[in-house]
Design a protein around this ligand. Sequence first.
Ligand SMILES: NC(=O)c1ccc[n+]([C@@H]2O[C@H](COP(=O)([O-])OP(=O)(O)OC[C@H]3O[C@@H](n4cnc5c(N)ncnc54)[C@H](O)[C@@H]3O)[C@@H](O)[C@H]2O)c1
Length: 387
Amino acid sequence: MGVNQKKIRVAMIGYQFMGKAHSHAYRDLPFYFDVPLKPELKVVVGRNEEGVKEAQEKMGFESYETDWRKVIERDDIDVVDIVTPNHTHAEIAIAAAEAGKHVITEKPLALTVEDAKRMHAAVEKNGVKHLTCYNYRYVPAVQFAKKLIMEGKIGKIYHFRANYLQDFIVDPNFPLVWRLKKDVSGSGALGDIGAHSIDLARFLVGEITEVTSMMQTFIKERPIGEMTSGLSAKGSATEKGEVTVDDAVAFLARFESGTFGTFEATRFATGNRNKNKFEINGEKGAIRWDMENMNNIEVYFHDDPEGLQGFRLINCTEEIHPYTGAYWPAGHIIGYEHTFIHLIDEFFRGIAGDKQTSPNFDDGVKNQIILDAVEKSANEKRWIEIK
Ligand SMILES: NC(=O)c1ccc[n+]([C@@H]2O[C@H](COP(=O)([O-])OP(=O)(O)OC[C@H]3O[C@@H](n4cnc5c(N)ncnc54)[C@H](O)[C@@H]3O)[C@@H](O)[C@H]2O)c1
């Protein structure tokens, strides 16, 4: 450990898709960045002893537990990191905050606005730091887009246009996993991926004041099943159950700034694996980004000379670009996993400097209010104000 470098001791609840992303981030963070707090992976929690033991060994935790309640009270834990399905976030996060631990919660923050607000109140009351994992803010190219916007390079923003397109459930035999059950996930494409676009919109453009939407469920019944790893799953050959969430959502949004917002999120966009993208059109220029080419942004400047105008491609891997100087020479690109390193780096710097960083539970609550309004709008077929 470096001189003056303190330890920060982590308990992680859950160990699959996001468990892998977060534990990798803790391990790589001090390798690339000069961090004030060095993570120590104390304990990982899962309900299945065989599975969690295997995860403990593979992910490099000191120990494992099968009941999260047992680790919350431990005095050798500083941070509780929640990477379990959405319906578990509120109970675990509130217990962790009450026990005086800093709390990381995957997105969306909760199942409902009420739960999200209770979580926010608990972390504030107990004076602990909090993070909601809207990791796409921490793509270097997205951070660079934000810098260009803040410097006024594209001027007043007229349009924010986001699509988050996946296709992993397009097969009607893809099983009824937790992501397709409202009581476990809260919503479907909306909260699973649309929530990321909402966070990017709030980060890059500002607050949304009003939404109107439509939502649709294409496949109403699926074989009972469960997630295995990443976005893969296994299901029953005989037993079926009802899909209770949206397969696709589209909505219009008005922003405080006067920006005109259009959003689409679907897990039925055949051919698109993780096409998380946005385009921003301003009075002086435009910016485009797409997660499947995450190191690049395309930028257009309206005052370029006549005949030379057009989108230019910027590979955001130069020393001057956010974060990338810590890795490789220019043009030697980074990936999805690095977004979590940056997110956790920011959070730990906040803890070390006793300041609250973003996206935090306040961002989580604001996002949840928008998710709720989008759903209400689809049900009631009208514009809903964000309050
Ligand atoms: N930031 C992102 O880009 C991103 C991507 C995927 C998922 N997520 C979010 O991360 C969270 C987890 O999703 P995932 O894809 O990793 O899910 P997953 O199904 O791959 O893993 C869930 C894990 O939680 C465990 N678990 C479930 N209930 C539990 C309980 N009561 N106690 C202890 N462990 C329990 C499971 O055993 C498993 O280890 C969700 O909130 C999801 O929305 C975020």
